[in-house]
Design a protein around this ligand. Structure first.
Ligand code: DOR
Length: 430
């Protein structure tokens, strides 16, 4: 990616982990070249208006399905990265449930190679087990040697507690983090939605909240046993969040994320039988939604992560029980957080930029602070602009967007990734 561009972000309010101040930012050669007021912009610079807007470290999504290799009809590294940039992201972590899965250094380097041509930074999560089958450990050291810092069998949880213990011990020795998709396969088996009043009424088999919670409980126990950090992916129930809250209070090295759909949609939407509302973990009831919101504001949750899961129309047009789970998220996550989570902007940015950057091991390039010499990964956000979600306008190759027609507040004006203005005035530049 070219880093030769000179960009001036003028008239905005800078917000990073150190606070809020009025400042212009000059970007040159891929880094922040100047921060201050009354700056003399170099001639020929691309001048971007940031007045009335917030200039912040770019967002970091630690849970993105880019579908390459193997499912390019749904998404590619290139198309997913463009969707990410439109959502204000300057880095994404690509999940390993591709075809073939990212369970070897060869596949990890292939995705990392594709990422080098993408418009935002693409990090890769490796699988914990070979083929994500939960039977044998994948070669974590080989992948870690390539810079892979996060490992998960996402899409499935590691069912075997002994294997998970060994994986945690190994990960801890390597200095990498394991991220668990918490789903007990036996309890969840056959469940197409959340088990509750709606699943009974609709006659759709459900998976109970406890299918998530028993694995959260087990992994907290394994974290205590091994001392290895554990990151919990897309938590969705009050019980899971209470477990994480207690584990943190007890000093265990656990971190956790929630996806926007788990604080903005409920299982009542499944009454439409529209597979766009099918996702895993499933949409829950209002009490769980309230618990996710509370956990975002009290520090139990460290990150908002999209679980951007593109699926082609022919897959999502199948009957509800046959359609794959998953929904798009990159282009709507920030606005959903600003509209629905009732959090101050600073907290939203902490949950979507510097905290996930730390979990993913991306602090050297992502998450700020916005200081001279730091890599220029920035987003410019209009916190009060209203817009209506139109799935047809997405940069994603897929259209499984559950927010069609919804009015949201908060829009991405510009995104600067590795010093290049990749989104200007809400439009992608490539
Ligand atoms: O809904 C989901 N879709 N949940 C997952 O864990 C995997 C994802 C996918 O890859 O489609």
């Amino acid at each position: 990616m070219s880093s030769g561009e000179v960009v001036v972000l003028r008239g905005g309010t800078l917000v990073d982990a150190s606070g809020r101040r009025r400042a212009d930012v000059v970007v040159s050669g891929g880094v922040v070249a100047a921060v201050g007021t009354d700056l003399d912009p170099p001639s020929g610079a691309l001048q971007l208006d940031a007045s009335g807007a917030v200039v912040a470290p770019g967002l970091v999504d630690i849970h993105t399905h880019l579908r390459e290799p193997g499912m390019e009809e749904a998404e590619t590294v290139e198309s997913g990265a463009r969707a990410a940039a439109l959502g204000g992201y300057t880095a994404v972590v690509a999940m390993p449930n591709t075809d073939p899965p990212v369970d070897s250094a060869a596949v990890a380097s292939r995705v990392l190679g594709l990422g080098r041509n993408a418009c935002v930074e693409v990090a890769v999560a490796g699988a914990i087990t070979v083929g994500r089958e939960g039977r044998r450990l994948a070669p974590l050291a080989e992948m870690a040697a390539l810079g892979v810092a996060l490992f998960t069998d996402d899409g499935a949880g590691v069912q075997d507690a002994r294997l998970m213990r060994r994986a945690l011990e190994y990960a801890s020795a390597l200095g990498v983090t394991l991220a668990e998709h918490c789903e007990d396969a036996s309890l969840a088996a056959g469940g197409q939605m959340h088990e509750g009043a709606w699943s009974s009424r609709l006659g759709i088999p459900g998976q109970p909240a406890e299918a998530e919670e028993v694995m959260v409980m087990r992994d907290i126990a394994l974290c205590r046993l091994t001392g290895a950090p554990v990151h919990f992916l897309h938590l969705s129930t009050r019980g899971s969040l209470a477990l994480v809250r207690a584990a943190k209070a007890g000093g265990l090295p656990v971190t956790a994320e929630a996806a926007p759909h788990h604080f903005s949609l409920t299982d009542a939407l499944v009454a439409s039988f529209d597979p766009v509302f099918k996702v895993n973990p499933p949409l829950r009831g209002p009490d769980d939604v309230a618990a996710v919101r509370a956990a975002l504001s009290d520090g139990t949750l460290d990150a908002i992560a999209t679980d951007h899961a593109p699926h082609p129309p022919e897959a999502k047009e199948l009957p509800f029980d046959q359609a794959p789970p998953g929904m798009l998220g990159l282009e709507t996550a920030l606005a959903l957080a600003l509209t629905e989570a009732a959090l101050p902007l600073e907290s939203v940015l902490a949950l979507m930029s510097w905290q996930p950057a730390r979990i993913a091991g991306l602090r050297s390039t992502q998450g700020g602070p916005v200081e001279v010499g730091r890599p220029a990964n920035l987003c410019v956000v209009d916190p009060s602009t209203r817009w209506v979600v139109d799935p047809a306008r997405s940069a994603s190759r897929s259209r499984n967007n559950p927010y069609a027609g919804r009015e949201l507040t908060g829009a991405v004006r510009h995104t600067v990734a590795a010093g290049v203005a990749v989104v200007v005035d809400g439009e992608g530049r490539r």
